[in-house]
Ligand binder design. Structure first.
Ligand code: PLP
Length: 385
């Protein structure tokens, strides 16, 4: 067990679990070379943001559970004070490490986002001293745009063009990549290496639970809000890993939370899984990988929710989330708008965490589909905005 779970940078602490570390070692880097790279980039992030990456807190959820009238044991993993105000920076710092090791090209970095991912990309790109092209819709939030301007990012406002289908910001981002820009997004489908660093959130959670419970922790369910799916994919992978290395007795049930108003992942799951048959993970994944477009289709109506950060019309990284649900006895959970508002209010009133409705949407899933009495559950509080 770790002696000290305090302030160590997670990319140093968990380096031997990271794919990027293994890639670096295969290329002949020493352990000290890798640590020096992380520390150099982290200091540059601190120069931009005021602080670098440190372990984020695990907060008891008893007051929240009591106020909700539930009878389970709850912990909250609070990532809202992370770099950029959300967990997205974990994904992008990991991607930056991969790009440093792989020599991914010198073109501008590019992302289509107008939310937390764009903020984090802005911070990490500024720390790297790299040009960042951000493709945003014409309704993008003014605060995000102001912050991106402060960080020196180039904003490309993308209007919908007549006779064009799909998200205009994403289409323009794709054109930039075709012209030599380097993907700097939080979608594993665009930049597969982005999943790697997101796993640090899950490792921290598991190691903290193990420390709190004595040696090996028991946790029954983990509720994770899902937009594009990179977060849930990464954290679920970390849960399997944590069970393999003994921090957890077994991986928790993965409960993927989406707004009832927009739930492409839940729809894909229900198309795949026969409600009257059991869930056979191998059969489900074989079918899903063979015919992904039969199952994951774009959400048709323009989605609306208080949880604006998880309104992706496609769950890009859906296969990893479906596999995690199938292997752990989990399932998707739909949170109504009143669950989403209630969860947000509970966190505001019964903790000192400042979070957005997207950041608290995992808790909305717990309200919608609560654990059995006495069960142990965890939720991720992922972002301030
Ligand atoms: C605060 C916050 N939490 C969770 C998510 C969901 O992450 P993912 O898109 O990887 O599913 C997002 C995505 O924007 C977010 O901003």
């Amino acid at each position: 067990m770790p002696d000290d779970l305090t302030s160590e940078n997670p990319f140093v602490r968990y380096r031997e679990r990271l794919d990027v570390y293994l890639a670096a070692r295969r290329r002949g880097w020493s352990d000290a070379d890798f640590v020096a790279l992380v520390e150099r980039l982290d200091q540059a992030v601190a120069g931009v943001e005021g602080h670098g990456f440190v372990r984020t807190p695990l907060v008891p959820g008893a007051a929240v559970v009591a106020a909700a009238g539930l009878d389970c044991k709850l912990v909250l993993k609070d990532d809202t004070d992370n770099v950029g105000g959300s967990h997205k920076s974990r994904h992008l710092f990991g991607l930056a490490l991969h790009q440093a090791i792989d020599d991914a090209g010198t073109g501008p970095l590019a992302i289509a986002s107008c939310g937390n991912a764009a903020r984090s990309a802005g911070v990490v790109a500024a720390a790297l001293g790299r040009e960042l092209q951000v493709f945003v819709p014409d309704w993008a939030d003014v605060d995000v745009i102001d912050r991106l301007n402060e960080l020196g990012a180039h904003i490309n406002v993308c209007e919908r063009r007549a006779d064009e289908l799909g998200d205009p910001a994403f289409l323009r981002y794709r054109e930039a990549v075709a012209d030599g820009a380097v993907p700097f997004t939080v979608q594993g489908t665009e930049a597969p290496a982005v999943i790697d660093g997101g796993r640090t959130l899950g490792w921290e959670l598991a190691e903290e639970l193990a420390a709190a419970q004595g040696a090996t922790a028991a946790i029954d369910s983990l509720y994770i809000q899902v937009g594009g799916g990179a977060l849930a994919t990464a954290v679920s992978m970390a849960m399997f890993d944590a069970a393999d290395c003994g921090w957890l007795a077994k991986p928790p049930r993965i409960l993927a939370v989406q707004p009832a108003n927009a739930h492409p992942l839940a729809r894909a799951w229900h198309r795949l899984v026969d409600p009257d048959g059991g869930v056979d993970p191998v059969a489900i994944m074989t079918e899903a990988r063979a015919h992904p477009d039969r199952y994951m289709t774009p959400w048709e109506d323009p989605p609306e929710s208080l949880a604006t950060g998880i309104l992706d019309d496609v769950t890009y990284d859906w296969l990893g989330v479906v596999e995690a649900m199938a292997r752990t006895g989990g399932h998707p959970v739909l949170a109504s708008e009143s669950d989403i508002a209630h969860a947000h209010a509970l966190i505001a009133e019964h903790t000192s965490i400042i979070a957005s409705p997207t950041g608290t949407a995992g808790l909305a899933g717990l309200l919608a589909d609560p654990p059995e009495a006495g069960e142990r559950a965890a939720v991720l509080i992922t972002g301030r905005t």
